[in-house]
Design a protein around this ligand. Sequence first.
Ligand code: BGP
Length: 484
Amino acid sequence: MSFPEGFLWGGAVAANQVEGAWNVDGKGWSVDDVATYKPNADVKDYKTHVAISSEAIEKAMKDTDDTYYPKRRGIDFYHHYKEDLALFAEMGFKVFRLSIAWTRIYPTGEEETPNEAGLQFYENVFKEMKRLGIEPLVTLSHYEMPLALSLKYNGWTDRRVVDMFVKFCRTCFERYGKYVKYWLSFNEVDSIHRHPFITAGIIPDRCGEAGETACCYQALHHQFVAAAMITKDCHEIIPGSQMGCMLTKLMTYPRTCAPEDVAATQKKNLENMFYSDVMVFGEYPRMILRDLEKRHIDIKMEPGDLQILKEGTVDFLSFSYYMSMTESVDPNAERTPGNTVLGVKNPYLPSSEWGWQVDPVGLRVSLIELYDRYKKPLFIVENGIGSRDTVEADGSIHDPYRIEYFRRHFKEMEKAIDDGVELMGYTSWAPIDLISASTSQMSKRYGFIYVDQDDLGNGTLKRSRKDSFYWYKKVIATNGADMD
Ligand code: BGP
């Protein structure tokens, strides 16, 4: 067994979780700039962490301090990007996944002309990556939409946001087409129901009598249409480019072999793959349309929308995989959180401090299921474990649990490839410690590189190599042959 020649090993980040510089060089307010760190909330209570309201937004916009708004400071990648890219190159990265913050390019989303300082920043990053021989994999929407569109239109619920997003993407394709050939539209496109605000700018208390669920499905339809439109634009503007969709793979097993548990699990997995079904097959699954009909959810579609979906299907499917869960019809089954969902606990698996259940075999199961369903090349664009790391007196950082996590997941990837799955590459989440999406913590560390900063922003931002840095470097250098 081995990884194919040219396998794209690397790491992934998101602008809102690393860049900082939230209000410089013309950048506008994004939905992340009002996300707060809630030190007293239970880290497993993700609903509290991702909750938002008009009142909270108003309060945040009056507060220019970033102490309790960690995504405003990130890890200051905006000023450290050359140092960080050099560290990624030292590990031997073939690819680096990053996102472009919409509000650096169009501060409110409605400007006629883009913000040149914002365009220049990302061009500098891509030039440095080209110099280092690292291929960019660019996410166009990674929870970073303009707050102005959220406040004015209730985010993606309004059809007019489609054209604004398409304008932003065309600007990126035209400016960066000579550096970037791999693109992703919406990060975890399925996450709109889990955190509608950071995913689609939807403010629950503005959903009116239609209600939040209907708003989410309408916004999601607009995102499906926009994703299909930009896929065609990407192919036309950048010959040879590839556009992927990005799914949270929420692998779910039946808690028992009781047929009711199996049926409930099947429903969960089909619901999870509905989003990639639309973006890969270019149409809504019949059973989803029937489910929406039964729930009296009426998605307003414009004439031609279904044709747009059909003509704008993706070239590859990317996904995040952190953990698996089970499903049971037993109302008393113990549940555990994982990546802003609440699954039934699997007694055969260990859990992280945040409750996420570690399941390397589940990655192989996911790869085979997704490849069998879609017959498209796959790309793992997020996988990793958040944990507390300790800096020893001599400055070393020992993270054997992280090495073990990755080793076991890489072994399962290798088995899936050996079974015939076409896997383009792998970007770990995240190569460098950054701000957690759900809890806005710095202390939930993912990186091969440690960043000296705590949850309240205290620290020097000094970067340090953890033991796993050297381990991953060896894995990449041997294309996965040496994982000891
Ligand atoms: C995914 C997001 C990433 C990343 C990851 C880890 O949902 O796409 O942005 O944050 O989750 O989650 P967290 O940061 O909440 O630990």
